[in-house]
Write a protein that binds this ligand. Structure first.
Ligand code: RB5
Length: 145
């Protein structure tokens, strides 16, 4: 199960991603908004809880720039949220950072690119090895807060 959420800026992009990737067999837990104006930290919080509870393996968050969502999501221990706008970074944040949430900007990216990036994010595996050691160091920083 993949969690997906957006603020009012990202409704159209969220629908496009659900439509495109459902065809490929992905199941989505849609955490809103469906169009009502809302505050992006509230959506990020709901989505991060679903990922951290193990109800969803990964999450996708969309706001105007993707930046607010990524700042909010990265406040949660255990969430590694990546702002994605190109295929190289999207692939490598999965391979090297084991990112569990991707954030995208609905006012900076087209829906076609967003669907392609979401597919890359959801299908690229973490490489482990030396990258796990670096993630453990991030976790250690979280534990010190
Ligand atoms: C909402 O207008 C906008 O501020 C939000 O979507 C996002 O871009 C924040 O980072």
């Amino acid at each position: 199960m993949i969690a997906i959420g957006c603020d009012h800026a990202g409704v159209e992009m969220k629908k496009a991603i659900i439509e495109a990737l459902s065809v490929q067999g992905f199941d989505f837990m849609d955490l809103g908004t469906d169009g009502e104006p809302c505050d992006y930290p509230d959506v990020a919080e709901k989505l991060c809880h679903e990922v951290l509870a193990g109800n969803c393996e990964k999450g996708i968050l969309i706001c105007g720039t993707g930046i607010g969502m990524s700042i909010a999501a990265n406040k949660f221990k255990g969430i590694r949220a990546a702002l994605c706008a190109d295929s190289f970074s999207t692939r490598f944040t999965r391979m090297h950072n084991n990112s569990n949430v991707m954030c995208m900007g609905a006012r900076t990216l087209g829906c076609g690119l967003a669907c392609e990036l979401a597919e890359i994010f959801l299908t690229t595996e973490f490489e482990g090895g030396r990258h796990q050691r670096r993630i453990d160091l991030i976790t250690a920083i979280e534990e010190k807060q």
